[in-house]
Design a protein around this ligand. Sequence first.
Ligand SMILES: Cc1cc2nc3c(=O)[nH]c(=O)nc-3n(C[C@H](O)[C@H](O)[C@H](O)COP(=O)(O)OP(=O)(O)OC[C@H]3O[C@@H](n4cnc5c(N)ncnc54)[C@H](O)[C@@H]3O)c2cc1C
Length: 342
Amino acid sequence: MHIKNIITDQKRLFLRENVPKEYLIDPYLGNPKPVYALALPKNHDEVVGLIKWAIDKDLKIIVRGAGTGVAGAQFPIDGNELVIDLKLMDKIIDLDEETLTLTVEPGVLVGDIHEFVEDKGYFYPPDPASKHSTIGGNVATNAGGLRAVKYGTTRDYVRALKIALPTGETLDLGSSNIKSSSGYDLLNLFIGSEGTLGIITEIKLKLIPKPKENVSVIMSFEDVFKATDATLVLLKSGINPSEIELFEKEAAKYATEFLQYDLPTKKGNAYLLVELDGDDQKELELRLKTLLELMKPYALEIVSLLDEDKKQRVKKIRDNILIGLMEYTEYEMLDEVVPINK
Ligand SMILES: Cc1cc2nc3c(=O)[nH]c(=O)nc-3n(C[C@H](O)[C@H](O)[C@H](O)COP(=O)(O)OP(=O)(O)OC[C@H]3O[C@@H](n4cnc5c(N)ncnc54)[C@H](O)[C@@H]3O)c2cc1C
């Protein structure tokens, strides 16, 4: 079968030299490599058709969401590839308000999921700074984000996946059940597998009720060591922050340059952005009071971000650190994880 019989709409199919450059250029390595073809399927059956076609042609497959990954996994290597871009599979299929399950296609942007569910009083906590990444890419990389300290990562919110396997077979894993203790945990094997085990074509996400209240502060510290000492105190205190983000002045300066505005504190060399959330305003105020007391010996300055606009501007600085670094420096971005006391 010809690929034109699988993707019949020619606007969704590019062959050889017609494949747009943005699919070929790794931001770090440069080096555009040609590929055999690029296809933008619109449903599971087209994905399966493409996989079978690639098997027949002996092509490798590269899966792509929004292409925000900084590890190069969505770029071709040797030219003998079919790139499958899932951005047109962008439907929110169903919101089941009884089981609190949202069913989506993989190309829906995570920022759009937040907006959709929060409008209805629900909450999807994983919040990677790349709001324009796809939920399929988030599942494939087990994205975390600002709220991971309290709510965990994408893995904790995936109830079920539909997967097109490299053989062209279809695998359904998980369900809308709250728990499952039976059998091997294949669902979690696929989460974080970065497109190496199959193509995720449908996702059931767990939602929770949206916390009614939240309050944020930004604190400045003499140096990063004071800020990490303060973080250990906060984590042990029982005030249960929904966000703790640590960043240094050196890193924030690229984001502030990019955004053209400053942080609301000029002191120190390291910052903690902390958010508390909950349903009871009084209880939240008590936790905030505890936080302010606990931080007195550590912080040079504590600025409450009571105004929503001010809070969003500070969060935007945190979200844009990576973009600022990419824009103004030649650093190669790598994620590192260490125990909280190191
Ligand atoms: C500015 C910026 C800020 C970020 N901040 C954070 C952060 O705070 N926390 C965090 O954890 N991460 C963060 N990231 C990383 C981010 O989580 C990933 O880039 C994102 O999840 C990838 O999604 P994508 O749609 O862009 O996928 P792509 O970049 O297109 O692909 C990434 C990988 O997933 C695979 N893939 C994509 N879709 C599918 C699918 N449907 N089925 C199978 N495999 C698939 C691809 O093959 C590739 O291996 C950030 C990235 C940027 C650029």
